[in-house]
Ligand binder design. Sequence first.
Ligand SMILES: Nc1ncnc2c1ncn2[C@@H]1O[C@H](COP(=O)(O)OP(=O)(O)OP(=O)(O)O)[C@@H](O)[C@H]1O
Length: 316
Amino acid sequence: MNNLLAVDAKGLHKNFGSVQAVRGIDLQVAPGEVVAFLGPNGAGKTTTIDMILGLSQPGKGTVSVYGGTPRQAIARGQVAAVMQTGGLLKDITVKESVQLTAAMFDSPRPVVEVLERAGIAELADRRVEKCSGGQQQRLRFAMALVSDPGLMILDEPTTGMDVTGRRDFWQAIRQDAHRGRTVVFATHYLEEADSYADRVVLVRKGRIVADGTAAQIKNLASGRTVRAALSHDDPRLALLPEVDSVEHDGARVTIRTRESDAVLRFLLTETDAHDLEVTANNLEDAFVALTSDEAEDIASLPETAAEPRTESEARA
Ligand SMILES: Nc1ncnc2c1ncn2[C@@H]1O[C@H](COP(=O)(O)OP(=O)(O)OP(=O)(O)O)[C@@H](O)[C@H]1O
């Protein structure tokens, strides 16, 4: 994995005046990966994506896309983006928009084909200004498909869409991704990352705080709390590898853990604990906790970087 990486970003920093928008992001994306860049408002997702696309320059750090600069990759048609807003001319039709984009490339995909892929063939003659927000996003997607890019970058593409619109949009993306296209998308919807990404990169305040499969991130985010009555403080609890934190409060102890079974076993066999209670943390609450101001950095999960998808694993 060297210059074959779809994205190789190293030590990215970006400040806007006194705002440190990105504070040291390293991101390697292998061809065929579908990566969600997940984080709350202001985490630095768009700023990072802008640097990957060459729309802004890092204050520090480097970005290469397929071994070249972002601008070279865009000019070669290797990367295309679907951004949240902009990029559309309101007075022309859907089909004309795609035709204009196609005129920029030597061997574009046929216009009719990309309109179908994006699910807007029946809107071909509609003026852009008459299209709904979701339809305009599909048009941006169609325009991004024209160069048949190896890497597609989507910046919160479904913001403002209703549930059906989001589902239909992702279905269109998935249907097109069957050839193992690399996809990097920014989102703050946990369920989008969960449903559509092989790998989830969780960002908070300009840094990556976790990097793994959706299941691993969910595991991190969805620990359990064990409460029990205990006659005295037991310092061994805090030393258990499965334990994240221990709080003693009089005769009760509260233990946060990712593996409640191991903790329960210890309490029942090694201590006089009784009146045990286990509660699962709410996933959304836990996600907020992972990315909140108070949250400490969580170690990334090194083995989790998903392998490039094979043809057979690729989504239909
Ligand atoms: N052009 C700019 N000038 C000043 N500050 C900026 C600029 N662009 C971004 N920021 C600030 O940088 C930080 C990161 O913003 P960014 O847009 O990258 O976050 P994001 O994760 O994409 O958020 P959202 O989910 O709300 O789109 C925020 O504090 C934002 O206010």
